[in-house]
Ligand binder design. Sequence first.
Ligand SMILES: Cc1cc2nc3c(=O)[nH]c(=O)nc-3n(C[C@H](O)[C@H](O)[C@H](O)COP(=O)(O)O)c2cc1C
Length: 203
Amino acid sequence: MTSVGIVYHSGFGHTAALARAVGEGALSVPGTAARLVFAEDAARDPDALGAYDALVLGCPTYMAGPSAPFKEFLDATSAIWLRQGWKDKLAAGFTTSGGYSGDKLSTLTQLMLFAMQHGMVWVGLGLPDGGGSGTAPPDSLNRLGAYAGAMAKSDTDLGLEGTHDSDVATAAALGRRVAVCAQRWQREPVVSQKVPQTERPAR
Ligand SMILES: Cc1cc2nc3c(=O)[nH]c(=O)nc-3n(C[C@H](O)[C@H](O)[C@H](O)COP(=O)(O)O)c2cc1C
């Protein structure tokens, strides 16, 4: 059994809808357990996340970056970073914003760099751009054409009705992919990645 933890913050419910979809996608892979974790809880006890084989990080884009409560969680992991406690754990991310762009690539990039600082292994979306061609249906999977993770555009004047089915399906696809990767990752033999500090490659 592999486990996927979905850590998220949502101010108004849009990211929460995506988080649930990521969880459902992960659960659709037999042999996977998935759990949703509020970022506020994770900030108080980040060590509890060490039990998961993979962490999927999700937050809304606020002012061109991760929302403040989610950033508080990210900062609360610095002691784990210091001992590289999450090294080689899988990680992935998703975000939503009001604008088609809304500068949300900045948010995904920050989530990805956070994972890099922790020595984690980033799992991208793995889907082609669903909105790039003139003939693409507007509700295609990955209609926003993201690669680093799942993106959603929420119509903010419509409340939760403004969460698009295609973006929810894209989030589910990310959850499935992470679960499949986690199982594969668990099967591979662990090879020490310790790099000798003094040896130089022969010329
Ligand atoms: C404080 C604040 C800042 C925001 N900044 C942006 C932004 O930079 N770009 C954007 O497109 N939308 C922005 N939005 C809109 C949110 O990203 C959008 O409403 C999102 O769906 C909220 O997700 P949530 O319901 O999970 O909180 C902002 C909203 C708030 C409340």
